[in-house]
Design a protein around this ligand. Structure first.
Ligand code: C2E
Ligand code: MG
Ligand code: MG
Ligand code: MG
Length: 288
């Protein structure tokens, strides 16, 4: 680490650490501008039932950066979370999803349901339930058309408080899925007491299916357990037909992954769902 003694005896760190702090600040400022200048957009990825039909869509955030092009959430989510910017960004995601659902429902696709990801910071926000219910009401939508995806670790940060929030969401008619399941450390007995509807098996277990015995055993155990607890189980990150067959043979309820579709803008998904030309649709919504 390069260290220099300055004029007044201060120690200057011209180190990797200093550069990281600087990059962090630049990224935060960029994110703030992205929100103000509407650079975010949503892609949607279908979740399929056993017959191959579309069960629902997962909304996935993208950042259309003026120089860097389309940026995936892994690059900026940590920064959005740390700075708290994920709260207004998350509110934008909810509004955009609800506004899109209204358009799709008006066009006759009344069964379309969308899952929205929530990060730990959003889940802790005391206004979360009000925000979700208010946004649904604004677009005159039934809560059953929205699912919220939360990771185990978001829930386990403050288990008792999480349970109260989940109870309230459920009482209001929302569905809850535990995302990236298997990577956290929720105890099964705890999980049993949570008002959740679905488990999404983490992608890391899919990668080496069906050949890897350990992954196969874990996935099989998760499917069996979900059954026993009356939960819907989703296999995510399905990239090839061997993986899909393995999951189908186990009785996994829903599948999602590049084997079926990549996440895509609303317009692309519309034509995929056969909504494209119907009832004068064909434009993705964008809200401020
Ligand atoms: P996630 O919720 O677990 O989403 C699944 C991720 O896997 C998505 O990455 C998706 O594009 C990717 N994926 C889907 N199928 C496949 C596949 O077959 N193979 C591979 N290799 N990947 C696949 P993405 O869109 O980059 O999102 C990453 C994470 O960012 C999400 O993980 C979620 O935790 C977070 N995220 C995305 N959108 C939002 C949002 O609106 N709000 C919040 N709070 N978090 C979000
Ligand atoms: Mg998700
Ligand atoms: Mg996931
Ligand atoms: Mg994930």
């Amino acid at each position: 680490r390069a260290k220099e003694l300055g004029k007044n005896g201060f120690v200057f760190y011209s180190s990797e650490w200093g550069r990281q702090i600087n990059q962090r600040m630049v990224l935060e400022a960029d994110l703030r501008r992205a929100l103000a200048e509407s650079q975010f957009e949503l892609h949607y990825q279908p979740i399929h039932d056993a017959d191959g039909g579309v069960h629902s869509l997962e909304a996935l955030l993208r950042w259309q950066h003026p120089e860097r092009g389309l940026v995936a959430p892994d690059v900026f989510m940590q920064s959005a979370e740390r700075s708290g910017l994920i709260v207004p960004i998350g509110a934008w995601v909810l509004r955009t999803v609800c506004s899109q659902l209204r358009v799709w429902h008006d066009a006759g696709a009344v069964d379309v349901k969308v899952a929205v990801n929530l990060s730990a910071r959003q889940f802790r926000d005391p206004d979360l339930v009000g925000l979700v219910m208010g946004t649904l009401a604004e677009f005159d939508l039934d809560p059953s058309c929205l699912a919220l995806e939360l990771t185990e670790s978001s829930i386990m940060q403050q288990p008792e408080r999480a349970r109260a929030t989940l109870d309230e969401l459920r009482r209001n008619g929302l569905r809850i899925a535990v995302d990236d399941f298997g990577t956290g450390y929720s105890s099964l007995s705890y999980l049993k007491r949570l008002p959740i509807h679905a488990l999404k098996i983490d992608r890391s277990f899919m990668t080496d299916l069906p050949d890897n015995r350990e992954s196969g055993a874990i996935v099989s155990a998760i499917v069996t357990m979900s059954r026993a607890l009356g939960l819907t189980v989703v296999g995510e990150g399905v990239e090839n037909s061997a993986q899909a067959r393995f999951l189908n043979d186990l009785g996994c309820d829903l599948l999602q992954g590049f084997l079926f579709e990549q996440p895509a803008p609303a317009m692309v998904i519309e034509s995929l769902l056969g909504l494209g030309r119907r009832a004068g649709m064909g434009s993705a919504v964008s809200v401020q």
